[in-house]
Design a protein around this ligand. Structure first.
Ligand code: EPZ
Length: 418
């Protein structure tokens, strides 16, 4: 298992580029199941989860050609509408093939994802939505069997709680349903808007993506498309925090400033200087005199739960007390214990973490538990005195493309050890 060895203390300086969004690439790849035509997807990040999704699509019946960040997928026919446990257990976002498979092949057999480090993460809302579109859902032996022999019918669906992939799953089921579907209390994340843009290029009739109410009129079939996905706002946010925590000066390029507005507001409140330079570059500058600022995670456009762990690492270096409230997942503070091993002063109380700074961190041996927690440990290691060894970095490889190379190029002393 690969490890990162990081020597802390170097301020990061220079330019660091943002890759395409993993959480846009995954639904976009799933959407290729909706047509028998070729779909070209550009700016696809070369991360583990994307490779897993590509493998799943090929098992289902897709032909895939990968050329760097450009992926061409054609599902001329669905050979096996299945997402097996072996794949789903490594990537729960495999449930994104559920909606498209029922829409295209009128049946799907998808393994239940099972829990994960940050919470139970059921898919009950995905299933309830599909049932309202006329799918018959059965559950046995750890698998979901969904069938719609007469095809799906449009309906008015309201999510009792906002779900990102639930919204995406339902959008992909509804675009081929007979009649109109209204999705209420829909997720507003930029990745949902990006999926709607791809589906529209394929011929779908969608209005309202990015608002709480999405209206879809079903069509007979969809065609191919050529689509470039959006920048990864969580990677961009992670780099902004890297610039702040090392008291450096970083230009984060190729990002969408609006998509990280909630984080930028908090970084400015903490005393970092953040400025938009041209349309797709954010420059962050900090001098080490940060002050604590509370944050509560929320669905977009609120503060992203996927940036909570990174922000916690930053608050260990800020003067004062920061209260971090996690409202999306029930167990997303795993990184706190590891940060404490590096010397951080963090107290957990229910869904709140109380971070007392500024506390000098010292390098230690730590273990990554999930994708964003591992990013938080890298950030802490960049400012810790001495050497930190981070184990199980396969977690970080799921969602960050060559993060150690990108950070080393701006001055971080980080290397991957096989
Ligand atoms: C997406 O996960 C992202 N993944 C997550 O990013 C992100 O943390 C999350 O949205 C929240 O922003 C992808 O887009 C591939 P949810 P998703 O459904 O869709 C509960 C990363 O690091 N819920 O919006 O699975 C759920 O348990 C990953 O890239 C149900 O109860 O999240 C959670 O508490 C981590 N029943 C809340 O809703 C359901 O059927 C929000 O989950 C679905 C969700």
């Amino acid at each position: 298992m690969d490890k990162f060895v990081v020597k802390g203390g170097a301020p990061l300086r220079g330019e660091i580029a943002t890759s395409g969004a993993k959480n846009s690439a995954l639904p976009a790849l799933a959407a290729t199941l909706l047509t028998d035509q070729k779909v070209v997807l550009r700016r696809i990040p070369r991360v583990r989860d994307v490779r897993t999704m590509q493998r799943l699509l090929v098992d289902i019946g897709a032909k895939a050609e990968v050329d760097g960040e450009c992926v061409q997928i054609q599902v001329a026919g669905v050979r096996s509408p299945e997402a097996p446990y072996e794949l789903v257990k490594t990537m729960r976002a495999s449930s994104l093939v559920l909606g498209p498979l029922v829409a295209r092949a009128r049946r799907a057999r998808v393994s239940l994802p099972g829990g994960c480090a940050i919470g139970a993460r059921p898919i009950n809302l995905h299933l309830a939505g599909l049932e309202q579109l006329g799918a018959k859902i059965e559950q046995a032996h750890g698998y979901i069997e969904a069938t719609a022999p007469q095809g799906l019918r449009g309906a008015a669906v309201r999510f009792e709680r906002i779900t990102v992939t639930g919204t995406e799953d339902l959008m992909m089921a509804a675009v081929l349903a007979q009649g109109e579907t209204i999705i209420d209390n829909a997720a507003r994340e930029p990745e949902v808007v990006d999926l709607a843009a791809l589906l529209a290029k394929m011929g779908a009739k969608i209005e309202g993506a990015g608002t709480p109410t999405i209206r879809i009129r079903g069509v007979e079939h969809l065609g191919g498309a050529d689509h470039t996905i959006i920048a990864d706002r969580i990677e961009a946010g992670t780099f902004l925090v890297a610039g702040a925590i090392t008291a450096g000066e970083l230009n984060v390029t190729g990002c969408v400033p609006e998509h990280v507005a909630a984080l930028v507001t908090k970084l400015q409140a903490a005393g970092a200087e953040v400025a938009e330079v041209a349309g797709s570059t954010l420059r962050i500058r900090a001098d080490g005199g940060l002050r604590s600022a509370d944050v509560s995670t929320a669905e977009y456009p609120g503060f992203a739960t996927d940036l909570q762990a990174q922000y916690m690492a930053l608050m260990t270096q800020a003067e004062g007390i920061a209260i971090i409230t996690e409202t999306i997942f029930e167990n997303r503070f795993m990184h706190a214990q590891e940060l404490a091993r590096m010397g951080a002063n963090i107290r957990l109380e229910g869904n709140q973490a109380i971070v007392a700074g500024r506390k000098e961190l010292t390098g230690a041996g730590v273990i990554a538990s999930d994708l964003r927690a591992s990013a938080s440990l890298v950030l802490a290691a960049l400012v810790a005195h001495g050497e930190t060894v981070i184990d199980r970095v396969y977690h970080i490889d799921r969602g960050y493309e060559k993060i150690e190379k990108k950070l080393a190029a701006v001055g971080a002393q980080i290397q991957r050890v096989e």
